[in-house]
Design a protein around this ligand. Structure first.
Ligand code: ADP
Ligand code: MG
Length: 269
């Protein structure tokens, strides 16, 4: 990347779908930040829009469990988004590093509470994340959850497409999307259920190579049970987030009101 005045590059930390992600520092500061650079010259109109949308959405958000927005600027045809650095990496990598060794329940529930609080904050503002997955859930050095990657997030009602396009990662696609219904806040909750399933089993809920395979897995509706080390409450919660009908699936606020969740909240707040 070309250097930007006032920003020192430490190293490249990732290659995103639409560009590169760098660990940087602002001159004179020792605080690490992340710079996401999107080269708009090689982007389709939709990709340019996605990059600008991510900046617009993230700039308007402020929540302890959402990656913090630090600024943005365009240099030539390059769009730069500056945000807080999550030194703990992403949840998918953390799951991989476990090598089959299950996480303790208290840890999982603390993560779940934080992800759900971020989701509730978004949904209260009529924002849909639309790409909730373990790769987009980041951790700070001290283990706090930060939800990131708002590249395909949408503000409901602000555009005529009403979020009907098929988006997101197929693994996390909910049954209503296969039925052609619009993406809604309950589709984010389905994805949350898939993430919770991964946290409790270290495996994808519906491993499939393609969309037809995934549709067949989901329609069979067979979800392999959780390990017996987990409580009935947690096992029940995983299944209830993966309820096929969106009307019967809990909302983020309802999850946070469950006695099981409130009990854990009072322990760690
Ligand atoms: P994409 O749209 O390609 O998924 P992401 O924003 O999810 O882009 O980031 C791509 C990669 O960059 C991630 O897998 C992660 O390794 C890294 N990354 C992104 N944001 C952060 C951050 N705030 N802190 C640490 N690493 C990050
Ligand atoms: Mg991502």
């Amino acid at each position: 990347m070309t250097t930007v005045e006032g920003i020192e590059v430490v190293r490249e930390i990732g290659r995103g779908n639409y560009g590169s992600v760098w660990l940087v520092r602002q001159s004179g500061s020792c605080r690490n930040l992340v710079l996401k650079c999107v080269d708009l010259t090689h982007c389709s109109a939709a990709e340019v829009e996605a990059a600008r949308q991510e900046v617009r959405i993230l700039a308007g958000l402020r929540h302890p469990n959402i990656v913090s927005y630090k600024g943005s600027f365009e240099v030539g045809r390059r769009l730069n988004l500056l945000m807080g650095y999550c030194a703990g990496g992403d949840m998918a990598s953390l799951i991989k590093r476990q090598r089959g060794h299950l996480f303790p329940e208290v840890k999982i529930v603390r993560w779940l509470i934080q992800i759900t609080m971020a989701l509730q904050y978004l949904h209260n503002r009529r924002i849909l994340h639309r790409d909730l997955k373990t790769r987009n859930i980041f951790l700070t050095r001290s283990g706090l959850i930060k939800l990131g990657d708002f590249g395909i997030a949408r503000i409901l009602g602000s555009s005529h497409d009403m979020a009907t396009t098929l988006v997101g990662t197929p693994y996390y696609m909910s049954p209503e999307l296969f039925a052609g219904l619009p993406y809604n806040h309950k589709s984010d909750v389905w994805a949350l259920g898939c993430c919770l399933y991964e946290l409790t089993t270290l495996k994808h809920a519906f491993p499939a190579r393609d969309i037809p395979g995934l549709i067949s897995k989901i329609s069979k509706g067979k979800i392999v049970g959780l390990d017996e080390q987990y409580s009935d409450d947690l096992r029940h919660l995983v299944l209830s987030l993966m309820t096929r009908s969106p009307e019967h699936r809990l909302s983020a606020s309802q999850i946070l009101r469950l006695p099981y969740i409130r009990q854990h909240m009072s322990l760690f707040l």
